[in-house]
Ligand binder design. Structure first.
Ligand SMILES: [Zn+2]
Length: 288
């Protein structure tokens, strides 16, 4: 697995991850709830009376670091590893927590079977729409609200403190390179982000940024709402034209036609925004 780390690091450098201040890898953000940020990836850590749940170990050296950091704050075992989705850069390192239940939304299992190169975990617990995990004094809800980034998209919420966790659904005032978005359903992403906003979280852990990102969650929900409206309106006009080819022709031209200048100061807007328009158009017209 170590040989993959430079690849992941290079990918993250190209993402230009926006770092908010976080002095140490493991930071307590609510009673018994920690934000672990290391090697460009975030995990949520929830310590209950009976055990510990972590999200997305991501890859083996990072999982080893998380295990070492955890030993400084608890002697309870990691009993649950919850995976945010099936993408291979998020699911590695589970073997470090050998006695834990490895949990993933059921849609992702068929994708893991197709990995020709990257190490993938043995998942031993799946769920459909929601899984509720009682850790003793802490309750973690795993929600699959829609297919979004990947097909097994899962967001987590701690019932008691209303801390939420998601991965690969947004960045703070930044668009991701289109290579990372080519299997993203933006209608599903919008549904997921808007639902998380409705939860009014106390703290939002984001898959690739350190620090609280509740504001970024809200801004990105608004951004996708505006983008979906813009794209849908153009397709409605194309359908209304009476030319049956018009919507399909629009699919090929729309990425060069839509602009949302109010987001032009977001990082990567110039290079990535056309890809977001194309993905939203495909999500609306084609289903994926
Ligand atoms: Zn992903």
């Amino acid at each position: 697995m170590k040989s993959y780390t430079p690849l992941i690091t290079a990918a993250l450098l190209s993402l230009g991850t926006t770092a908010q201040a976080q002095d140490k890898p493991l930071t307590e953000v609510a009673d018994g709830v920690f934000h672990f940020f290391a090697m460009g990836y975030s995990s949520m850590v929830v310590i209950g009376d009976n055990g510990v749940l972590i999200t997305d170990p991501s890859f083996t050296p990072r999982a080893e670091l998380l295990k070492a950091e955890l030993a400084n704050v608890t002697d309870k075992p990691v009993t649950h590893v919850a995976l945010s989705h099936e993408h291979f850069d998020h699911v590695g390192g589970t073997e470090i927590f050998e006695d834990a239940e490895i949990i993933m939304q059921e849609n992702g299992i068929d994708v893991l079977k197709l990995s020709p190169l990257m190490p993938v975990p043995v998942v031993n617990a799946t769920f459909d729409e929601i899984s509720t995990i009682d850790l003793g004094g802490q309750t973690v809800e795993l929600h699959h609200l829609a297919v979004a980034d990947g097909v097994a998209t899962t967001v987590a919420r701690v019932t008691e403190s209303n801390v939420v966790f998601s991965a690969d659904l947004y960045m703070p005032q930044e668009l991701s390179p289109h290579e990372f978005k080519e299997d993203t359903n933006f209608v599903g992403t919008s549904i997921t982000l808007n639902t998380m906003v409705d939860w009014a979280p106390s703290y939002a852990i984001n898959g690739h940024s350190s620090g609280n990102s509740v504001d970024a969650l809200k801004e990105n929900a608004e951004f996708l709402n505006a983008l979906q409206t813009e794209v849908e309106d153009r397709f409605k006009t194309a359908f209304a034209s009476g030319d049956p080819a018009a919507p399909w022709n629009l699919l090929f031209s729309i990425s060069g036609e839509v602009e949302m200048q109010e987001y032009s100061d977001w990082k990567n807007y110039e290079t990535a925004f056309p890809g977001y328009v194309r993905r939203m158009a495909l999500s609306v017209l084609h289903g994926g």
